[in-house]
Ligand binder design. Structure first.
Ligand SMILES: CCCCCCCCCC(=O)SCCNC(=O)CCNC(=O)[C@H](O)C(C)(C)COP(=O)(O)OP(=O)(O)OC[C@H]1O[C@@H](n2cnc3c(N)ncnc32)[C@H](O)[C@@H]1OP(=O)(O)O
Length: 138
């Protein structure tokens, strides 16, 4: 399902296979949940041994965006809040999932996403708003 919408020439930090420093995330739709997996490396650290919070935000942003992309809805993030509940250790397989909580007039989408540790605990949860855009303008 990777890069179905924009083709393979884009450089998205979250999902492009061409971006040498990107996350190269791949997404699948599981019912109404968008899922990906990720293992942070040394280069993704903030505090020693733990993933940088800004990069956690980027993964959640991307996973929520892809819930919409996979439905052929072109969007941009317009607002996001994150609750960081537990440190996200590096070298640990993470599950990331997103879903839609509300759609307003087909233009504004209230999304949520979370990062889950191997023991099932939620380390970070995001809520965000995404606005539908005309992809020809970007
Ligand atoms: C294959 C590749 C996959 C790529 C995946 C990408 C994943 C990453 C996603 C991102 O991170 S996107 C990058 C971060 N986001 C941005 O850079 C967005 C920057 N913002 C914009 O460019 C403009 O705000 C935007 C084009 C989205 C909208 O501008 P507009 O001028 O068309 O909208 P406007 O500000 O007039 O607002 C339209 C309506 O939405 C409302 N609105 C705006 N922001 C809102 C908000 N945050 N919450 C609620 N409502 C909001 C606003 O009040 C208004 O309501 P009404 O229609 O009732 O008048």
């Amino acid at each position: 399902m990777q890069n179905r919408i924009k083709g393979s020439d884009h450089m998205c930090f979250g999902c492009s296979e061409r971006n040498p420093i990107g996350f190269k995330l791949k997404f699948t739709m599981d019912g109404d949940i968008c899922r990906t997996e990720f293992t942070a490396g040394e280069e993704h650290q903030g505090w020693n041994g733990y993933m940088h919070g800004g990069l956690i935000a980027a993964i959640l942003d991307e996973t929520m965006a892809w819930w919409l992309w996979l439905k052929d809805i072109s969007i941009m993030t317009v607002e996001m809040t994150i609750r960081y509940s537990l440190g996200v250790p590096v070298h640990t397989r993470l599950r990331v999932e997103s879903w839609c909580e509300e759609e307003k007039r087909g233009k504004l989408f209230h999304m949520a996403g979370q990062i889950i540790l191997p023991d099932g605990k939620v380390a970070a949860k995001a809520r965000a708003k995404f606005m539908k855009i005309d992809p020809a303008q970007f």
